[in-house]
Design a protein around this ligand. Structure first.
Ligand code: PLP
Length: 907
């Protein structure tokens, strides 16, 4: 049993008795929080010996019957002291100590029942997402993830009776986004009086923010962080003011048995005593660090900076800005160098410790997986997170400055007599200019072959529903398009599109309609609209002889020539452009976007608008322990340029593309997509950090009319708005959950990811069937793959036009089963492709001699894409032309052969 605390009045002014009797003439002011933190006094639990520090009652049982304590699962004196103390500093009537932050959330979520709905942030701590998924799939609770930084985004999801809980975090980690806890609590209470507002207060601690004062019903902290402060224990604290909730929480903890152990209670109590001094020091230094980085021109995320979005709200609901901040350098490699160059800042996960920590969220959590996937976006790839400790601030700033200088992020300006920021990409660009000899092309003369490749895409979740505003998830599929430009040097330009009716053409460069288009400056962006005059001129000039039966080839050649004329008017290189694909064309797998990406990139390379990373010196490579994968990655601005031009090519090919396919082709990995016009944020957001997944992609070869299928769903929605609406809601939930599962997979394990995805694939397919967009062949594929011994989950992919299905293949799926399944599907007349999803995006075969293979030993497995092991020991003399082999390799050999040529540079 816990000691009695007044549960009626919320303890906004803390009720610790003053040490001296009240003076009749001069009243005492309430103690400040820093005083309360250190004064661990519980008037109803006086120690028999007057011990200064609360003893550890390391006892499971207590003698006697009917006493205050009998069994430590139900109550323990050391724990009671801790709980009383935390309640006091949290403006709470009751507090409960459990074994971790996640255990705290687990106890809270057990307040829910099947059918309840939760509204939760969309940028929550990953562990929180994991647990929410669990209760969604196992308890039948609906979880709506919304952007809680915008209270208006929350309101539409509040249901007067169904909404049982609203779960908030502010600020978020690591982008320090702010949610208005007070306003959201008020809105929730007005609309759903029985809903409980829960706040994860870990980033702030009760010293800096006490959400119970702003209308929250329950607050929890990972006490592993600031409350304990030393990274020497795991603990979670739950606080609340409502007696009914306290009773249920106490019941769960007693039933489950996850209360904090006496020794950890003792350590946590000791930690809390110094929390105020630690945090004062930590946040004062954080302010200095944030201001310093901001003054250098870095993009800094810290609520203590005047331009931080949500700063005004944060100031209203909190007493400080905390000790976590993050900043962007504009260049991932540069960030890696900075992080690798610090000495005092320890490279570590977590926060809240007395020691200062530095991390690169993208690189650290993803270092062990496919390097190309790490480079996917979402959180800025170059983001550096700083968790400031209590070291001397000048030492911390000095160490950071040294690291910035060592990494080349800042340099001493003689003119200004101070360190100034080196523009991002500057050093690499200089080096690239030096090395232009490698790809040099003067007017007409090209000495070098450029070999590029880009993946296709599959829609993993949300097809059809995306048309109605639901989030779709698209991922790269490792069936690729390859493009090769080889020098001709005879004043001619030629192209061979092997997979588009074997289209071949040759043009006199001077005869191309150069006059129809104003040349584009080296740094000039292509305007939004296509140059119709140039399109007309190409149709009536170089393409005039292509008949109407050659529509596909005509469009592809148009896109190629359009970009050639726009991009290379200064160089006008004489080259042959050869394209091949291991990707079926016209199966709804993004073949046109991968073609567009290859053509755009080859032309950008020829016009020197895309530059390659320089080769780092062995010294810096050794010094940088963080990541050895990213060093040869294509820089972001190059990738963005390629994406921009691939989109232009897509516009030429499709008229009004969404931009999803080319983004996947360039950046690889996976992304979410929302169409504009549905009153919520639209656009793309990358999902990063999951290792590529094996999928079986089966082409049913049943051609279908995508437009008709889409229209059919539209009609059904008009006729049965409620039914279709609820299907769309369910699909939205699946997409949101899939996004979180993919993003959190590094932390929560691949096994969990595969299990979650498998459930979601089956669920999503069922919904697509209800929308009437499946067909018998797809159902045969689904049934065959679901049957024992395979037991696999399959769904149709794309709007249906391509007639393809995707089947998730677990890592432990045996080769024999795979072989059997492949032959069963082939026997039925389908084309199955075993492929991987979520792998690398755009790749360029490195032209550096040291990256070209002379033997198989130079293969870098981490950089391998596509994933298959090369099936033959091709050795290529670096002096050899790639062209001859490229044209003659069989489709099944192409992937392994390309991969074996040398190192591929990925985004
Ligand atoms: N909430 C937040 C914001 C966190 O950062 C963490 C841990 O990193 C947790 C909850 C989970 O806490 P614990 O690791 O103590 O279970």
């Amino acid at each position: 049993m816990s000691p009695t605390i007044d549960t009626k009045t919320p303890a906004v002014h803390h009720d610790l008795p003053t040490p001296d009797p009240e003076s009749p003439t001069r009243t005492r002011q309430p103690y400040k929080l820093s005083t309360l933190c250190v004064a661990v006094e519980n008037p109803s639990m006086k120690d028999q010996y007057g011990s200064s520090s609360v003893p550890i009652y390391q006892s499971a049982t207590f003698k006697g019957v009917g006493n205050e304590y009998d069994y430590s699962r139900s109550g323990n004196p050391t724990r009671s002291h801790l709980e009383h103390h935390i309640a006091k500093i949290s403006s709470a009537a009751r507090a409960f100590a459990v074994s971790s932050g996640m255990a705290a959330l687990d106890v809270i979520l057990r307040l829910l029942r099947p059918g309840d709905e939760i509204i939760a942030g969309d940028d929550l701590y990953g562990g929180t997402n994991r647990l929410l998924t669990f209760i969604r799939t196992h308890v039948g609770v609906t979880v709506h993830h919304v952007d809680t930084t915008d209270p208006n985004a929350v309101i539409p999801f509040i249901h007067p009776t169904k909404t049982a809980m609203v779960l908030l975090e502010s600020p978020t980690n690591p982008l320090l986004k702010i949610a208005d806890l007070a306003l959201i609590s008020k809105e929730v209470k007005e609309r759903a009086p029985n809903a409980i507002v829960v706040v994860d207060n870990t980033m702030m601690s009760p010293y800096l923010q006490r959400p119970l004062e702003h209308g929250a019903d329950i607050v929890y902290d990972s006490a592993t962080k600031y409350l304990s402060g030393h990274h020497d224990l795991m603990a979670g604290m739950i606080t609340c003011n409502r007696d009914d909730l306290a009773k249920q929480i106490a019941f769960t903890i007693n039933s489950v048995g996850n209360a904090l152990t006496p020794i950890d209670c003792f350590l946590l109590l000791r930690g809390v005593k110094t929390m105020a001094v630690r945090m004062d020091r930590q946040q004062a230094t954080s302010q200095l660090v944030a201001t310093y980085l901001h003054s250098l021109g870095f993009k800094v995320h810290y609520p203590g900076l005047p331009d931080h979005p949500g700063r005004e709200i944060h100031q209203r609901i909190s007493d400080g800005n905390g000790a976590v901040l993050s900043f962007e350098t504009g260049d991932k490699e540069l960030s890696e160098k900075i992080v690798g160059s610090t000495r005092l800042w320890g490279i570590s996960v977590s926060f809240g410790c007395v020691n200062s920590l530095i991390s690169m969220p993208c690189v650290m959590s993803h270092a062990s997986i496919d390097p190309a996937i790490r480079a996917a976006r979402g959180l800025p790839e170059d983001l550096i997170r700083l968790c400031v400790g209590i070291e001397d601030s000048s030492d911390l700033l000095d160490d950071l400055e040294h690291a910035l200088v060592d990494a080349g992020a800042i340099a001493l300006s003689a003119q200004q007599n101070k360190y100034v920021r080196v523009p991002p990409g500057h050093a690499a660009l200089n080096k690239a200019v030096e090395q232009l000899a490698i790809g040099s092309s003067n007017s007409r003369g090209v000495e070098h072959e450029w070999f590029v490749s880009a993946p296709g895409k599959v829609i993993l979740f949300g097809e059809h529903a995306v048309v109605h505003g639901v989030t779709a998830i698209a991922a790269s599929v490792d069936l690729r398009c390859y493009g090769l430009t080889s020098p001709r040097n005879d004043g001619k330009l030629s192209a061979h599109f092997n997979d588009i009716n074997d289209f071949q053409a040759e043009w006199d460069i001077e005869s191309l309609p150069w006059g129809a288009s104003a040349p584009l400056g080296h740094h000039e962006r292509h305007p939004e609209d296509l140059d119709q005059q140039l399109i007309e001129a190409i149709h009536s000039g170089p393409l005039r002889e292509l008949g109407p039966d050659k529509d596909q080839a005509r469009n592809a050649a148009l896109a190629f020539l359009y970009m050639y004329i726009k991009l290379t008017s200064a160089e006008r290189p004489s080259v042959h452009f050869d394209v091949r694909a291991t990707l079926p064309v016209g199966a709804g797998l993004g073949s046109s976007a991968s073609f567009s990406t290859c053509a755009a990139t080859a032309l950008l390379l020829l016009s020197h608008r895309v530059t390659l990373p320089s080769i780092p010196s062995p010294i810096s490579a050794e010094h940088l322990h963080l990541s050895h994968h990213g060093r040869h990655a294509l820089e972001k601005h190059n990738a963005e340029e390629a994406n921009h031009w691939a989109f232009i090519a897509e516009k030429i090919l499709h008229g009004n593309p969404s931009g999803v396919d080319n983004s996947v082709a360039v950046f690889g990995g996976a992304l979410t997509y929302n169409r504009p016009g549905f009153g919520k944020p639209s656009g793309m957001e990358s999902i990063q950090g999951f290792g590529s997944l094996r999928f079986l992609l089966t082409n049913s070869k049943v051609p279908r009319d995508t437009k008709k299928l889409v229209a059919g769903v539209g009609l059904m929605k008009q006729e049965q708005p409620e039914v279709v609406g609820s299907i769309l809601d369910s699909i939205e939930n699946i997409s949101a959950q899939a996004k979180r599962s993919l993003a959190d997979s590094t932390e929560f394990g691949r096994e969990n990811l595969l299990r979650d995805l498998s459930v979601m694939i089956s669920e999503n397919h069922k919904h697509l069937v209800s929308l009437g967009v499946s067909h018998p062949s797809l159902e045969v594929i689904r049934e065959k793959t679901a049957a024992p011994p395979y037991n696999l989950s399959t769904k149709l992919t794309g709007a249906g036009g391509g007639g393809c299905a995707v089947t998730l293949i677990p890592d432990d799926f045996s080769d024999t089963s795979m072989k059997d399944l492949l032959s069963e599907l082939t026997e039925c007349g389908f084309d199955p492709y075993l492929t991987s999803v979520g792998g690398s995006g755009l790749g360029i075969l490195s032209p550096y001699p040291e990256h070209r293979n002379t033997s198989a030993k130079d293969i870098h497995p981490g950089q391998v894409t596509p994933p298959e092991t090369p099936d033959e020991a091709n050795t290529t003399d670096p002096g050899d032309s790639i062209k001859a082999s490229f044209e003659t390799k069989s489709l099944s050999e192409l992937t392994g052969w390309a991969q074996n040529l040398g190192k591929w540079l990925y985004v």
